[in-house]
Design a protein around this ligand. Structure first.
Ligand code: FAD
Length: 217
């Protein structure tokens, strides 16, 4: 059996395994001169010397209980920078995708595409009320449908119609959903309801239409 130097845990300058997780920046005084991490596949530790380092480790989605982010979005880059003495600003600026699965547990966190709302899906609370018409920001009033009929026509491609409030900006839709949940009108599993089945009242072949347009949903 041929054993390479790497199999024996000895590292040369060149490494075929490029996937490393960095856990600390190395400093010489205030200057960052390298990084320390481990090989994700094999667990070997590795020290990188560097003249400059770019941090691009993505977001902090894993700070939230329900998220579509993978396991690695734990704000590593922000923590590495902070521990090396950097000031962090605007940390509250996190974009939320308004719709994702909360139930059943096997699909918890899976993203539900905006396309569901684009095809006429509406958000309802536990009273079955379509709550997005309750709070349309002044800035968007002229561009947003003020009745269900117009909203429906928009989803069916009517260029004269304005978009339904479910298609307002992500931050606003997400906040409205959180409001309903916090005020006790959420679903039994801590979300709200995204109802696309109702379009069968409008389209005779509604079920077929949903399956064709939103196959993965
Ligand atoms: C389910 C889902 C659907 C999306 N759909 C869309 C879409 O349709 N359109 C759109 O524009 N955007 C979409 N986004 C958002 C988009 O994916 C992100 O905004 C974008 O990827 C962010 O890019 P980034 O380079 O900042 O970070 P990322 O692409 O997240 O890359 C970060 C990298 O850093 C690495 N990393 C993390 N920690 C460490 C560490 N300690 N050491 C070493 N490496 C580390 C990770 O392995 C990863 O490779 C979606 C996101 C999700 C989760």
């Amino acid at each position: 059996m041929i054993r390479t130097l790497q199999d024996r845990g000895i590292h040369l300058g060149i490494d075929v395994h490029m996937e490393h997780t960095i856990v600390q920046l190395i400093q010489d005084g205030e200057r960052v001169v390298g990084a320390f991490g481990y090989d994700r596949e094999r667990g070997h530790f590795r020290l990188f010397k560097a003249k400059a380092i770019v941090l691009a480790t993505g977001g902090i989605g894993r700070a939230y209980k329900i998220t579509s982010n993978s396991w690695e979005y734990t704000g590593d880059g922000q923590a590495l920078a902070y521990n090396a003495g950097a000031d962090l600003i605007d940390m509250e600026y996190v974009q939320f995708h308004p719709t994702g699965m909360v139930w059943p547990p096997s699909v918890r966190g899976i993203l539900v595409t905006e396309g569901v709302r684009g095809e006429g899906g509406v958000l309802r609370n536990s009273d079955k009320k379509r709550f997005m018409f309750d709070d349309i920001p002044d800035l968007y009033k002229t561009q947003t449908a003020d009745n269900e009929e117009e909203g429906w026509r928009y989803t069916q491609g009517d260029k004269e119609a304005r978009r339904p409030p479910e298609l307002l900006t992500r931050d606003h839709v997400a906040r409205c959903i959180v409001r309903e949940i916090k005020e006790g009108r959420g679903s039994p599993h801590g979300g709200v309801f995204l109802d696309i089945a109702w379009i069968q009242q409008r389209l005779p072949k509604g079920e077929e239409h949903i399956k064709r347009k939103l196959p993965s949903m």
